[in-house]
Design a protein around this ligand. Sequence first.
Ligand code: SF4
Length: 444
Amino acid sequence: MHRFLEHLKLHHVPLQEVIIQTGHGSEFDGGASRRQDRGFIPTIEEVCKATHRQLKRSTPKSAIPASQQSLVDNGCLCCLDSRVRMMSMQTKRRKTRTVHIGSVRVGGGAPVSVQSMTKTDTANVSETIRQVKELEALGCEIIRMAVPNLAAARVLGKIKSQIDIPLVADIHYRAKLALEALEQGVDALRINPGNITRADELERIGRAAASQGVPVRVGLNSGSVRGRVDADAPSDTPVEVLMVERALQSAQLLEAAGLSQIIISLKASDVPATLRAYREIASCSDYPLHLGVTATGLGESSVVKSVLGIGTLLAEGIGDTLRVSLTAPPQREVELAYEILASLGLRSRRTPEIISCPTCGRCQGDLMKIASEVSAKLPAQAKQLRIAIMGCEVNGPGEAQEADVGIALGKRGGVLFSKGKKLRQVPSKQLVPELLKEINSLLR
Ligand code: SF4
């Protein structure tokens, strides 16, 4: 409890903010926050008690490591590891039906899975397999590949036999390619009803997929929907409205053909349109949703759009699988997908988390150099660690104590922390080696 109070003070968290984050919908909402509406400011003890009740009720026992169980039994949840507290505050995920893409469960409460797409010529079997293996090593769980022609469709079986993650065939324009992909034994199809528009073709695909127990993703993109799916719609009809309508019509046709293993995606290149489309489909169906923002462009702008679009929906509990689309090597897509998921507490990290401050006039050393050096020298096994590298004593000791290991720079070098405890003062030149030594000792 007391560490939590210190944490609040160190981070200058306003009490009202704590109420918003912990109290709404809880008994605190009916207590102190109602009084706050009438002009009362709760005491920090009230906030802490309410936080404690809220955490105790919402933290699943299975999420609490054995070493910290006694804290729960003794009623001091505020002292729990911060990651456990984060887990306890996660947003409820939207309920969906469960779809199986090969061995990967999508929806129905399964972990949000990470997908990517090969960027090779699919007909070049060896290059495609090489890329799939690289992506798999980074954590890609489902791989999709373009099937632009029959030559590409006909090598899918060969590729599938040499990879270990489920393969999704990406089909546009021609139902025949979907049927050939099914013949080849793919684990799922992605079809685009923005360019496969005929009801009889969709029904044919639905029947063939259902008979083989293969799921279909109805994947609409903003670029392929306008003008193609509803010629009668007024030209100013928002693209998200067209996408949602078309997705539901197509899903209905597939269901009528006997297929219930359906996933939907509605990717626009515009973040607000993407959000509106997914929120709408989430509110009126139980299909698992594959998240993404399409054609995001290059560099930082593509990362910002992807993080905002995908992250916002995930934070609202929407989304069951995702692909980050970047004009970049596909490896970057997988890394960013995990960064989004881990930052929201939805999946474990695959890379260490470095918490470093932005620096300011108070910074007591070359923090950027120290952080880069540490990052470059981290051992591969450090992926689950949270490492704080902070520039001064304002937030430094607090963040360093919250992390697994950390340093806070000061006038005479810095202070080294591990697992919440201050270890020792370290001279400037020894900061990086000492921090790495402590990290290695934690990994032993
Ligand atoms: S921790 Fe210190 S140096 Fe870093 S941004 Fe905050 S005040 Fe500035």
